[in-house]
Design a protein around this ligand. Structure first.
Ligand code: SF4
Ligand code: F3S
Length: 109
């Protein structure tokens, strides 16, 4: 089992989740964070910290977010670990409540 960061994080990247993770399993890309499924210990501490409710237990993942299981696994291998909170992206508030953000995910660092 693992926890998964989903679409709502894209273009926000609040990073409150990072602050509570006991095993530093978040990895940071340009406008999204992912969880390394091989490091996550399923503590669930990050879930209530995310202001846009982007993080799910993989067993509770909405059906339209299935793709994010593979994206978290893949991008965690490419992106560096982030272990402390940073400022959100400058226009995070404008994007926080918007749906359909998948097309804006930037994978290359
Ligand atoms: Fe880290 Fe726990 Fe969230 Fe997994 S569930 S990413 S271990 S805080
Ligand atoms: Fe993203 Fe929410 Fe963490 S917006 S960076 S999953 S606090």
């Amino acid at each position: 089992m693992t926890f998964v960061v989903t679409e709502q994080c894209i273009r926000c990247k609040y990073t409150d989740c990072v602050e509570v993770c006991p095993v530093d399993c978040f990895h940071e890309g340009p406008n999204f964070l992912v969880i390394d499924p091989e490091e996550c210990i399923d503590c669930a501490l990050c879930v209530p910290e995310c202001p846009v409710e982007a993080i799910y237990d993989v067993d509770d993942l909405p059906a339209d977010m299935d793709e994010y299981i593979e994206l978290n696994e893949k991008l965690a291998k490419d992106w560096p670990v982030i272990d402390s909170k940073t400022d959100p992206l400058p226009d995070a508030e404008d994007w926080a409540d918007l749906p359909d953000k998948r097309e804006y995910l930037v994978e290359s660092i």
